[in-house]
Design a protein around this ligand. Structure first.
Ligand code: TEU
Ligand code: CA
Length: 544
């Protein structure tokens, strides 16, 4: 019953520009490096390329602190380089979406600098300012996502300004219609250049509750006062009316700290807000955070998928995502056993490519890039990790304890540079990489996997190819098979065009099939299907 759309069928690929490919030897990934890999992305089967922020920025949060929305970061190249990249993406029949950070700007943005220089200027009210409390403390007890109070004090104004993220990421005041006009003008400027849509950073945070009241003491104190504020739908509908609806655009909102239900409310086609959102609730099992070291029980993922696959209808569409630049490698949460890594990686590939929703792959996921053994806190580059490390030390933890806590969850885990070859620096750069690579690039790299027909890369290509050939895998009805069978995940996908069956062993041990379906094996993570399911075995069959 779905209305077919190009973005519903698309396989999207997230690029973290700083770590993807360096073309000029300065150790930093750049746009011309991305350009040189467009044929690699096309061969993988990518339809949409999502670039993490490439705008001018002091890089306090690696570009999620934008200083100029209309200027390409000098480290990444020029606007001419961008125009050439966009043309190269379109020439290969792919689309390009930009990462837009609209909840906050860098404190070095001209708007914020103007507010500081002249508090009577209109720019002051582009941000969120409050007097402190009588005792000199901040206006409320909110904590930032990065382990600090969420307010900066500016003596020249004797006022505090809000920052939900780093001290250099200042929250914009979306209640100000002039600010909103500036945002719409900027977004249309990019759409008029020919970009095909946006990934919208923490878009659900843009509306804060009246009065900015104190929050419940907790991990991120105050979050209940802004994750889903009173004007959110009003702003999203205005964004859609003023920008997205004027172009054939695709939008995906990052629903930071939201449950699936509220995410759906932002994506109902009838409400004309966003096309899709990201939900991350399956990234860790209950009781675990991204800093936890544990074996992820895939039975939990099965339950999550069975709950969410049925929620699509003509009005709502989901995304499927397992990795991004904020979370450790999902593969390494499933297993770190050398013999299990390949089957587990192929399980994720086959699962992702046979479910309903817009599918997202993060750079390196297609290679089975995995857990990085950081050696020392001095290797961290991620502001979230560095702040967390400092906070743990301030709470009396030893350096070793603080390092051991942060290392598994630092966002540097998935920002370690792309592994292209077994040559020096994994072929990422001829210079000194801005962040160390994983030591295993001598065996885990695109060049070697290209040549190996049984590699994770070639399995991703095959799984994506099956999805493209058989649109039933996108739009067909999802029906679980033997759902009560632990460690087993079976489902069919069916519509008028055909019927497919997927069987997956969610465990690391051999598993008897609970049911036999007679179909044609289209793709198997072990190449063949035998009498019992091997560890993490995943098979796709055509039934008709
Ligand atoms: O992420 C927001 C967000 O949810 C992450 O900060 C996440 O909560 C945290 O890393 C999990 O521990 C977006 C961007 O994806 C992230 O890179 C930025 O740091 C952040 O917004 C601020 O722009
Ligand atoms: Ca470079």
């Amino acid at each position: 019953p779905y209305e077919r759309k190009w973005w519903k069928e698309a396989v999207a690929y997230q690029i973290y520009p700083m770590s993807f490919c360096d073309s000029n030897g300065d150790g930093i990934g750049d746009l011309n490096g991305i350009y040189s890999k467009l044929d690699y992305l096309k061969a993988l089967g990518v339809d949409i390329v999502w670039l993490s922020p490439i705008y001018d920025s002091p890089n306090d949060d690696n570009g999620y602190d934008i200083r100029d929305y209309r200027k390409i970061h000098a480290d990444y190249g020029t606007m001419e380089d961008f125009d050439r990249l966009l043309e190269g993406v379109h020439a290969r029949g792919m689309k390009l979406i930009m990462d837009m950070v609209l909840n906050h700007t860098s404190d070095e943005h001209p708007w914020f600098q103007a507010a500081l220089k002249d508090p009577t200027s209109k720019y002051k009210d582009y941000y969120i300012w409050r007097k402190g409390k009588a005792d000199g403390t901040p206006p409320n007890n909110w904590q930032s996502f990065f382990s600090e109070p969420a307010w900066n004090y500016y003596p020249e104004l004797d006022e505090w300004a809000l920052h939900l993220f780093s001290r250099k990421q200042m929250d914009l005041n979306w209640e100000n219609p002039e600010l909103r006009e500036e945002v719409y003008d900027m977004l249309n400027w990019w759409m008029d250049k020919g970009v095909d849509g946006f990934r919208l950073d923490v878009i659900n945070l843009i509306s804060k509750f009246e009065g900015l009241p104190d929050g419940e003491e907790g991990f991120i104190t105050g979050i209940e006062n802004y994750v889903y504020g009173p004007h959110l739908h009003e702003y999203l509908q205005e964004l859609n009316r003023r920008v997205f609806s004027l172009h054939d655009s695709y939008t995906v909102g990052e629903g930071c700290g939201l449950g699936a239900a509220t995410q759906v409310s932002m994506t109902l086609a009838s409400r004309k807000e966003l096309n899709t959102t990201f939900c991350f609730s399956h990234f860790d099992t209950p009781g675990h955070s991204k800093y936890s070291t544990y074996r992820y029980d895939l039975n939990y993922l099965k339950d999550y998928i069975m709950k969410t696959q049925g929620t699509q209808d003509a009005d709502n569409w989901l995304t499927l995502v397992f990795e991004n630049h904020d979370q450790p490698r999902f593969l390494s949460k499933i297993t770190r056993e050398p013999g299990e890594i390949e089957p587990a990686a192929k399980l994720v590939a086959l699962l992702e490519m046979t479910l309903c929703g817009t599918t997202f792959i993060y750079e390196g996921q297609e290679l089975g890039m995995r857990f990085v053994e950081f050696k020392h806190a001095s290797e961290f580059r991620d502001v979230e990790a560095i702040n967390m490390y400092k906070k743990l030390l301030s709470e009396g933890k030893t350096e070793e304890e603080a390092f051991r806590f942060v290392a598994p969850g630092t966002r540097d885990q998935t920002r370690a540079p792309m592994q292209w070859t077994s040559d020096a620096n994994g072929g990422f750069t001829t210079g000194t990489p801005w962040l160390r690579l994983n030591d295993n690039f001598d065996t885990v790299n695109a060049a070697d996997e290209e040549k190996d027909p049984d590699s994770i890369l070639n399995f991703y290509r095959a799984a994506i190819s099956q999805r493209k050939q058989n649109k039933t895998l996108v739009y067909g009805d999802f029906v679980p098979v033997c759902p009560e069978q632990k460690d087993f995940f079976g489902y069919t996908r069916e519509d008028a065009d055909g019927k497919y069956y997927v069987e997956i062993n969610l465990s690391a041990h051999e598993l008897e099939r609970p049911v036999e379906m007679n179909g044609t094996l289209l793709l198997g993570s072990y190449g063949t299907a035998e009498k019992a399911l091997r560890p993490f075995e995943a098979n796709l069959y055509r039934l008709r």
